[in-house]
Every structure is written in structure tokens, then in C-alpha cells.
Design a protein around this ligand. Structure first.
Ligand code: UTP
Ligand code: MN
Length: 488
């Protein structure tokens, strides 16, 4: 159903000759336009007069206010082409495209009859003449981005270019592509022409070119070339090993390593994380499902409850945003009494280890200290929580295939004191772009420094406390965006 556009009703009459008998406009929500094409001028004049007699408003000229376009013997395509020439540059044409049968039945009934399928001219294509020009605020944290992405082909392409830039150490370019993809992810419908994007933020010339290529040619050469590029493929494989970053992968490539087997045969010394990463390569590069995440959650819940009754555990990361799959599972643990969380992580890890759930783990200590004069450098306050990077051995009751009794799953555990819980929750729910944009907003718009630990107001020179995510959004002067709408 095409939405009817409400319009101010202007009395007709002006367009009618004085001799014509017209009734007052009885149906103010209906404004008719009869297409002369194929109908012919005299029949059109006759039908228009008939309509006015019955109390309908019939316009001579096509305009935005028309709600019903009546056509005879025209194909949907022909009408759409004609309409497109009329609405160009003037926003949405939201009219029903109807066969003359709707008109004659309405005349017979003396009122606008219900529009049935048989009255409609190729409804599918009407959408194409809607010249929607999109708009959106600049910061991802001002937008509501659900998982319902209507432009996945475009955003996948831009994300791939972002990934390639990141793998090439060009982080600035990477962010630009991520922002562009972020804007497109939030659009309410598929983009059909680049002209719809003119008013949007974050879409630079490069991103627009990629979008244009895909819309016009079905693919972007740059994206296709990147996908096929040897360097990109090898970098993806090597950085796909848990514990291997871009720097290490680059070094190995320079040393002639092109794949996993070659790496294994080369006898390179790998650290503990990389060894585990290589050993469980296939499992760790296979998506974690929601039911697997739930199975891990049950285990972590039990561990936490066993070592510190009263401690709370929350699923964070992509799964909290409603994603159905993820590359890992993330949990935030706290205790409602400040200080009780101290020493919790080693106990949880020991419990998990004793139960045989861990294939690998590395714990980092909490190194966060609140400075009297605020955070020293914004970045130095990131990720200073007690944190455990681990690989779980998850028995696959959920899988049931019986091929392998267990699989390896990446699990991140984070412990925060209750006083920082809201900041940690917000900071670890993601998406990465949403987080980045929140911090950019805080810095640029509010002269504040936001981290996963705290919010510091540089003007007032004090920390702003919060016990919920809602309060943090309020401090930042932002509308609250729930996790499911942070999928930028
Ligand atoms: P993830 O990398 O796990 O991403 O980080 P994700 O959104 O859950 O998506 P998957 O796992 O690929 O499906 C989760 C959040 O934690 C923050 C990131 O900013 C992200 O928003 N995070 C992650 C940190 O703050 N620090 C880190 O070291 C890692
Ligand atoms: Mn995650």
C-alpha cells in the first residue's frame, strides 16, 4: 500500500467552466488525475466531468497532491515512465496507480470504492518512482540502526574495503569506509540511485563511487579486485589466527609465508595464543550461534555463582545487540557491592579450568586508576579492566550431529566494579563503530572524555557518575538508543 499523502484541499471550481454541473467536493482525501495518454482527450474530459458531478475532485494537471492516477490501456511501465518525468526532483509521488475500472466502479457506487488488487497497476513498480532522498544525522550514536539492513550488498562491499584498509595499516581510510557503511545500514529502504544519497553525511567521493558502480553495474571493480588480491587473501587467512595481528601477518608474508600449512612447516616460534589459534583455526573461524552463546552463558553463570554468590553476569557484545551469530561471546561480570569483585576473575578462571572448560586463557589485570585531574589521555583509559581472553571447549549438545563431541569457541570475560558497570556495559555492547562515534561525539560536541570506565567533563573538570546506560546518554545530551538499535 502506498501511503496517501494528506493535502490541503483547495476547492475546485476554478478549473471548471461555469456551465458544468459540479457537486461540492465530497471526498477531501481523494484527488484524482486522469491520464490522457491512450484514454484520449474527449473521453478524459467526459470522465472528468462525470467525476466532478459525483462530488470528486478531479485535477487537470498532475501535481504532488494527486492521490489517485486513473489510467486506461496503459501498461504499468508506461505510466511509471510518464510519472517519473512529472515528479522529477519534487520529492515523493505517493499516488495510487489505478485502472479505469476503479473509477467507473466508484462512479457507479457514488463514492471511492475500496482499492482491490485488480484495480492496481503493477504496484511493485510504483515504489521505483518514489524519489526518496535520504537524510540522517552525522554521528552513528544519533541514529537507530537495527539488524534489518536493506542495503547489505552495498554495506558488505564498503566493509570489505574498510577491512582491506585496516589490514594495510590505513586506519583513517578504514574508518571512513566504516562510517559510510554505517550510514547505509540505517536507511529505511534499499538505495536505487546515488542521487538519493546527496544529503547524507559520511559518504565521501570514494564510497559514493563504489555505491554507484554497484547500483549501475551490479559490482564494483575495486571490491572485486580486492577480494581476488593475493595479499588480501593471505592477510585474511593469517590474521584469522587467534593471536595474530596485522604486524605479525605482514612480517610472515615478507618472510614468504602464504598459508597455514606453510606457517606450520616453517617451524616459526608461536606464542601460546597463536598456537591455540592455529590448533583451533577452523572452529574459531566458524560463527558462534546464539544457542552456542546461551550454552556458554550457562557455564559462565554457574562458574560465577559457585565462586561468588550474588555476583552478576551480563551478556555483552554483538549478542546483546540481538545478533544471531558472532565471532566470540562476551560477558561482563560485577557484584552489587563495590569491591566484592576484587579477586573474582582468577576464581572464575580456576573453576572453569577445573571443570575442563578452557582450552586456552590469558588474564590481564585491572590497571585503571581514576586521576584527580581526569583521564590522562583519552586512549590510555581504554580497556583497563580485569579481562580474560579464552577459548572454551564447548560440548555440542546443541549441535546433535555427533560428528565431533565439542567445538572451540572464543569467549571474553570482563570484570568491572559496580561503580563503573554502566560505562563498561555501554562500552562493551558495541558495535565498534557505535562506540567510536559515542567517544567522538563526547569529545567534539560535549568536551567530555568517554571510556568504558568513566565519563569526564573537561569543562566542569569532574567525573559524571552514572548507574545506567540511560544516564550516560542523558549526560551526553543524546536520545537513548537501546542495544538492538546500536548495530551501526
Ligand atoms: P567484539 O569484538 O566482540 O565485537 O567487541 P562484537 O560486536 O561482539 O561482534 P562479534 O563478536 O564480531 O560478533 C564487542 C565490543 O567490545 C568492545 C568493542 O568496542 C565492541 O563494541 N571492545 C572489544 C573493547 O572495548 N575493547 C576490546 O579490547 C575489545
Ligand atoms: Mn563479540
Amino acid at each position: 500500500m502506498i501511503p496517501l499523502k494528506r493535502r490541503k484541499v483547495v476547492p475546485t471550481g476554478a478549473g471548471n467552466t461555469g456551465s458544468e454541473e459540479t457537486s461540492p467536493n465530497k471526498f477531501p482525501q481523494v484527488v484524482l488525475f486522469l491520464l490522457e495518454r491512450k484514454m484520449g482527450a474527449s473521453r478524459r474530459a467526459f470522465l472528468s466531468q462525470l467525476g466532478r458531478k459525483k462530488g470528486f475532485q478531479v485535477e487537470e494537471l498532475f501535481s504532488e497532491g494527486i492521490t489517485h492516477v486513473i489510467c486506461e490501456n496503459n501498461s504499468g511501465d508506461e505510466v511509471i515512465a510518464w510519472l517519473e518525468s512529472q515528479v522529477r526532483g519534487r520529492g515523493r509521488a505517493t499516488a495510487h496507480l489505478l485502472d479505469v475500472s476503479w473509477f467507473t466502479e466508484s462512479m457507479r457506487a457514488g463514492r471511492p470504492v475500496e482499492i482491490l488488487d485488480r484495480h492496481q497497476l503493477q504496484q511493485q513498480q510504483i515504489r521505483e518512482v518514489e524519489v526518496v532522498v535520504f537524510s540522517a544525522p552525522s554521528y552513528a550514536c544519533q541514529r537507530r540502526t537495527t539488524l534489518d539492513n536493506h542495503n547489505a550488498i552495498l554495506t558488505d562491499a564498503l566493509s570489505l574495503l574498510a577491512e582491506n584498509a585496516e589490514l594495510s595499516g590505513e586506519d583513517g581510510r578504514g574508518v571512513a569506509f566504516r562510517r559510510a557503511a554505517g550510514v547505509l545500514k540505517g536507511l529505511p529502504e534499499p538505495v536505487t540511485a546515488v542521487t538519493q544519497l546527496v544529503g547524507l553525511p559520511c559518504l565521501g567521493g570514494h564510497s559514493l563511487r563504489v555505491v554507484k558502480d554497484i547500483l549501475e553495474n551490479g559490482a564494483s571493480c575495486e571490491v572485486e579486485d580486492t577480494k581476488q588480491s593475493e595479499r588480501f587473501k593471505v592477510l585474511k587467512v593469517l590474521t584469522g589466527i587467534f593471536g595474530v595481528g596485522v604486524k605479525t601477518a605482514e612480517r610472515w608474508i615478507q618472510e614468504g609465508i602464504r598459508g597455514l600449512q606453510q606457517l606450520q612447516d616453517s617451524g616459526r616460534t608461536l606464542n601460546r595464543a597463536q598456537q591455540a589459534g592455529l590448533q583451533h583455526y577452523e572452529d574459531l573461524n566458524q560463527h558462534v550461534t546464539r544457542s552456542e552463546a546461551d550454552a556458554v552463558a550457562a557455564v559462565v553463570e554457574e562458574a560465577v555463582a559457585s565462586v561468588l554468590p550474588g555476583a552478576r553476569m551480563t551478556l555483552i557484545g554483538g549478542f546483546r545487540r540481538g545478533k544471531l551469530t558472532g565471532h566470540d561471546v562476551d560477558f561482563l561480570i560485577t557484584h552489587p557491592e563495590e569491591g566484592r569483585e576484587v579477586g573474582l576473575m582468577p576464581k572464575v578462571v580456576s573453576w572453569l579450568e577445573s571443570q575442563g572448560f578452557l582450552l586456552y586463557q590469558k588474564t590481564t589485570k585491572n590497571s585503571y586508576l581514576e586521576g584527580e585531574d581526569g583521564p590522562a589521555r583519552p586512549s590510555s583509559n581504554m580497556d583497563r579492566f580485569e579481562r580474560c581472553f579464552s577459548i572454551f571447549k564447548l560440548t555440542e549438545e546443541v549441535n546433535g550431529e555427533g560428528l565431533k563431541p565439542w567445538r572451540a569457541v572464543r569467549v571474553d570475560l570482563v570484570v568491572s566494579p559496580i561503580s563503573q558497570f554502566a560505562f563498561a556495559l555501554l562500552g562493551w555492547t558495541g558495535s565498534k563503530l557505535f562506540e567510536r562515534e559515542l567517544r567522538r561525539w563526547a569529545g567534539h560536541k560535549k568536551a567530555m572524555s568517554l571510556s568504558s570506565h568513566a565519563l569526564y567533563d573537561n569543562t566542569q573538570r569532574r567525573y559524571l557518575r552514572a548507574s545506567s546506560e540511560e544516564e550516560i546518554f542523558a549526560h551526553l545530551g543524546l536520545e537513548y538508543i537501546p542495544p538492538s538499535e546500536r548495530n551501526a
